[in-house]
Design a protein around this ligand. Structure first.
Ligand SMILES: [Zn+2]
Ligand SMILES: [Zn+2]
Length: 184
């Protein structure tokens, strides 16, 4: 490992770090939040205005029903919104998966999606080529993404002192400071 990994290209590094800080809340597009609110309001309208009111029917019951159906459908809309953004950062077909999630009944499409989705792709801070989160090194420029053991090259935790697989003393590896919890 004779490569100096600290000399990242100017400009390329910032973009890579930003992409990784995407919180899951930012993953829900505005259109789906607006649509969810509209769906929730529409359900209240259906339960309180459209549906015929019987004399024996209790108001709390109707409130509860409206709230339950409203939140269930609104969550579904938010879920579809989340999937529409999530597919893009995983290089999957957006049209196919949104159709599946919407069409399959009872949220089965969403379950299938979360089981089968591909790992998130990010960019190498050094050469900007596409890398998966599971990679230890960039396939194009050998930039080290995550802490590894210098003897067996399996992944290790940033706080580990010894490799959990082969017992190697990780301090001997002189890993880059950004991959060490305590830079001594
Ligand atoms: Zn690279
Ligand atoms: Zn090892």
């Amino acid at each position: 490992m004779g490569i100096n990994h600290n000399s990242a290209k100017p400009g390329a590094g910032g973009a890579g770090a930003e992409g990784r800080e995407d919180s899951d809340l930012q993953m829900i597009p505005r259109w789906s939040i607006v649509l969810a609110l509209m769906v929730f309001t529409a359900m209240q309208y259906v339960f309180h205005v459209v549906m015929p009111h019987h004399r024996h029917e209790l108001l709390p019951m109707r409130l509860l029903m409206g709230y339950t159906y409203g939140t269930a459908l609104a969550s579904y809309v938010l879920l579809v919104g989340y999937v529409s953004r999530d597919v893009k950062r995983r290089n999957m077909s957006a049209r196919l998966w949104m159709l599946l999630v919407i069409v399959m009944p009872g949220g089965i499409g969403a379950v299938v999606y979360f089981l089968l989705r591909q790992p998130i792709l990010s960019h190498c801070p050094h050469c900007s080529s596409q890398v998966a989160a599971s990679y230890h090194f960039c396939p194009q420029c050998q930039f080290q993404m995550s802490p590894v053991c210098g003897r067996c090259f399996r992944g290790v935790q940033i706080t580990d002192v010894y490799c959990t697989q082969c017992g190697h003393d990780l301090a001997e590896d002189h890993a880059p400071a950004r991959l060490r919890a305590y830079s001594d």
